[in-house]
Design a binder for this molecule. Structure first.
Ligand code: 6PG
Length: 486
């Protein structure tokens, strides 16, 4: 029988798993590891983990025997069926009070199900988002744990030790909430990541195709942007990408095929937004933009058939154009985060989760892919007013939007004139104009619904909740339809 001396076990030695293990080891935790392809355990112990206190296990039984009680076992396996299969193989070796942690990008409803199923067996489940890629996992990721609250005291020290820290030393990790709340917040993080990436790509397209900037000039512009309001990990890596050369010395970015992949978290965010009736339009456009990019062959064929504007490059003030693109990017980013937070609010209400909005901004402030200077402004906004209905109404954010909205419009107008697609910039602006509109044309829409389907309408001159039906054609019946909304 091996000695039960390890603080935590980890199953799944792919990139994220390996780096989390080494991070935990750096922080003084003794980690036992297991991998389904067992040879990977020995390879890891002999190579990456050489000279560390990490212990290799060759079976799940051995792993369980190596752990102090209550056992803490973290799974870093592919989201979906693999998580359920791994839990099933573990269960015979677990005792009441042991803790199973899923650190993959699992669908939040799966995490809710697992938390409840395992609670019935006396096992505490944690579904946690882990963001920051390989480097984050190794040096300090953002960690978003949720699930069974009784598990938190048992994992808090390990998680907060290995997590990224903000300037004052606060860890980018705190308890998010029950059930699948941790994975929900990670899902929204990823959706926002899709949005940020799409916005950066639209800025790139405008500056590259619209203004004719080459990779070296783009590197300079992005390096400059990263010193100001847009300071963020994704702007920083984009500036590095523009500076990277292929073997022949030409920019590598120009050699990369323009079709984007996706693993599903952005799509899940949009599905959840639709389910909750929240207009998370920018992430929606970002997911669809990846879908459109994937239709490469169709696009190439259409490019020979469908006409665009005669003028394809911008001919005005170049410095002003770059600044208007920067402002459009910043304003659109504000809209995207405001939409993301609308979704978080709606899901908190729906699921009875007490989500700490400022705390979430703090968790995203460091370690994760969307980390940025901007997130401290979001944290400040919720600190000033924890009940803030919408980020756009915070003084800081409304101030930026009021100051930059003209330039943002100019960037979108230029994009339209040049025939360069900017779906995320455009939908953000449309949302902004819609959100600030005291009156939208939905009066006509309700009239249409009532006209063809007797769906009824409310009136501006009557109290809310009173519904009216008009016999528009003179030959409709007097019966109106019910007024339910989904
Ligand atoms: C992170 C990333 C990470 C991963 C996603 C990307 O926070 O570290 O979001 O979770 O890169 O799987 O998702 P797509 O493959 O869908 O772009």
């Amino acid at each position: 029988m091996p000695e039960a001396s390890c603080d935590i076990g980890l199953i799944g030695l792919a990139v994220m798993g390996q780096n989390l293990v080494l991070n935990m080891n750096d922080h003084g935790f003794k980690v036992a590891v297991f991998n389904r392809t067992v040879s990977k355990v020995d390879d890891f112990i002999a190579d990456e983990a050489k000279g560390t206190a990490v212990v290799g296990a060759h079976s799940v039984a051995e792993l369980a025997a190596l752990l102090k009680r209550p056992r803490r076992i973290m799974l870093m396996v592919k989201a979906g069926a693999s998580v359920d299969e791994t839990i099933a193989t573990l269960l015979p070796y677990l005792e009441a009070g042991d803790i199973v942690i899923d650190g993959g990008n699992s669908l939040f409803t799966d995490s809710t199900r697992r938390a409840r199923d395992l609670a019935g067996k006396g096992i505490l489940f944690v579904g946690t988002g882990v963001s920051g890629g390989e480097e984050g996992a190794r040096r300090g990721p953002s960690i978003m744990p949720g699930g069974n609250p009784a598990a938190w005291p048992h994992v808090k020290e390990i998680f907060q030790s290995i997590a990224a820290k903000v300037d004052d030393g606060t860890p980018c990790c705190d308890w998010v909430g029950e059930d699948g709340a941790g994975h929900y917040v990670k899902m929204v993080h990823n959706g926002i990541e899709y949005g940020d990436m799409q916005l950066i790509c639209e800025a790139y397209d405008l500056l590259h195709r619209g203004l004719g900037l080459g990779a070296d000039e783009l590197h300079a512009v992005f390096t400059d942007w990263n010193k100001g309001e847009l300071d963020s990990y994704l702007i920083e890596i984009s500036s590095h990408i523009f500076a990277s050369k292929d073997e022949d010395g030409t920019p590598l970015v120009d050699k990369i095929l323009d079709t984007a992949g996706q693993k599903g978290t952005g799509k899940w965010t949009v599905i959840s937004a639709l389910d909750l009736g929240q207009p998370v339009t920018l992430i929606g456009e970002s997911v669809f933009s990846r879908c459109l990019s994937a239709l490469k062959d169709e696009r190439v064929a259409a490019s020979g058939v469908l006409k665009g504007p005669a003028e394809k490059t911008f001919s005005g003030d170049r410095t002003a154009f770059i600044e208007s693109v920067r402002r459009a990017l910043y304003c659109s980013k504000i809209i995207s985060y405001a939409q993301g937070y609308m979704l978080l609010r709606a899901t908190a209400k729906e699921n009875g989760w007490n989500l700490n909005m400022g705390g979430i901004a703090l968790m995203w402030r460091g370690g994760c892919i969307i980390r940025s200077r901007f997130l401290s402004k979001i944290k400040d906004a919720f600190e000033t007013d924890p009940k803030l209905t919408n980020l756009l109404l915070d003084g800081f954010f409304s101030g930026v939007l009021n100051q930059y909205q003209e330039a943002w419009r100019q960037a979108v107008v230029s994009a339209i004139e040049l025939g360069i697609p900017t779906p995320a910039f455009s939908t953000a602006l449309a949302f902004y104009d819609g959100y600030r509109a005291g009156r939208l044309p939905a009066n006509l829409l309700q009239a249409q619904r009532d006209y063809f389907g007797a769906h009824t309408y409310e009136r501006v001159d009557k109290p809310r909740g009173e519904f009216f039906h008009t016999n528009w054609t003179g030959h409709g019946g007097r019966v109106s339809s019910t007024t339910y909304n989904v």
